[in-house]
Write a protein that binds this ligand. Structure first.
Ligand code: NAI
Ligand code: A1CAB
Length: 268
């Protein structure tokens, strides 16, 4: 049972999680504290019943769950700062891309259950794809964490060695998908729509395409076949996109992100 959650680092993802949890269909009703050094920047969260403070040690005091939502290079200092205040039986979650659980465990000796959780920013609206790997956790703790993140999207437990791949496909993936929508919007303007209407049409079209796969349990190519009339316009456009390197560019982008995370050469 989780009665208190502390989110350390109220940046992009930390605030997205906080908002998602309190606005979920089954909202989290326990105490939720988010920290940030420039705390005035997240004061708006208070309107949702979320406590915002500067002091990390105070935030983790008596917390059942501590979510580390700071940049990977800040983990060590934060864990040193909170180590004496955090309950040894508290569950620790790291969102830090590219930092493995063994390294996290070494930074906080004595802390038992550690999870690496990789959501994406759609968690703020309950639509995250969240990949999770657990370290030293009980089956009951696994279930607790699964149920919590299922309130804000779809959860998949994965072996830790797939965590970097999950980061690229799901967390970075939001940006890749949005770039598709932006490009489609620009194309839409070129063929006649105003930009607002082009964006509306492009975004809903992507949503519909996703739902065909998710709800319809279909395969992309099977759905593409239904749209590509022989000698029609869709296949001509699609083939031109492929001649220009559409799929190849996407795959190369994914692999570039993956290589960067795997080589540990992410920028601070
Ligand atoms: N942005 C995303 O879509 C995703 C990010 N991640 C991971 O989540 C973590 C956070 O990423 P973002 O939210 O994008 O970064 P961010 O920079 O927006 O957020 C980090 C926040 O921590 C705050 N902070 C720094 N030091 C602090 C301290 N001592 N005490 C309290 N707050 C402090 C910063 O002011 C900042 O607001 C990273 O480790 C990243 O790898 C993982 C998946 C997706
Ligand atoms: O770009 C990054 O490094 C972080 C990790 C995944 C999403 N944003």
């Amino acid at each position: 049972m989780i009665n208190k959650i502390a989110i350390i680092g109220g940046g992009n993802l930390g605030t997205a999680i906080a908002k998602g949890l309190v606005n979920a269909r089954e909202p989290y009703r326990g105490e939720l504290v988010v920290t940030r050094r420039r705390v005035h920047l997240i004061k708006h969260l208070e309107a949702n019943g979320i406590k915002v403070i500067k002091n990390n040690a105070e935030a983790v005091h008596n917390a059942d769950l501590v979510i580390l939502a700071v940049k990977p290079f800040q983990l060590k200092d934060i864990l040193t700062e909170i180590s004496s205040a955090i309950r040894p039986d508290a569950i620790l979650i790291s969102l830090a891309a590219g930092v493995d659980s063994k390294t996290i465990a070494e930074m906080c000796p004595g802390q038992k259950a550690i999870f690496r959780v990789m959501p994406n920013t759609a968690i703020s609206i309950g639509e995250s794809m969240t990949c999770i790997s657990s370290f030293n956790a009980t089956a009951e703790q696994d279930q607790t964490i699964r149920e919590l993140f299922e309130t804000v999207g779809v959860v998949q437990f994965i072996p830790e060695e797939l965590m970097s791949a999950a980061t690229v496909l799901a967390a970075c993936g939001i940006a890749y998908a949005l770039r598709f929508i932006r490009a489609a919007t620009q194309g839409g303007v070129e063929i006649g729509f105003g930009s607002d209407l082009a964006l509306k049409i492009a975004a809903q079209t992507v949503k519909g395409a996703s739902e065909l796969i998710i709800r319809g349990q279909s395969h992309p190519e099977a759905e593409i076949d239904k749209v590509t009339t022989p000698r029609g316009i869709t296949i001509s456009g699609l083939n031109e996109m492929e001649h220009q390197g559409f799929s190849s560019a996407l795959i190369k982008g994914l692999v570039t992100s993956f290589e960067k995370i795997e080589n540990g050469s992410r920028k601070k």
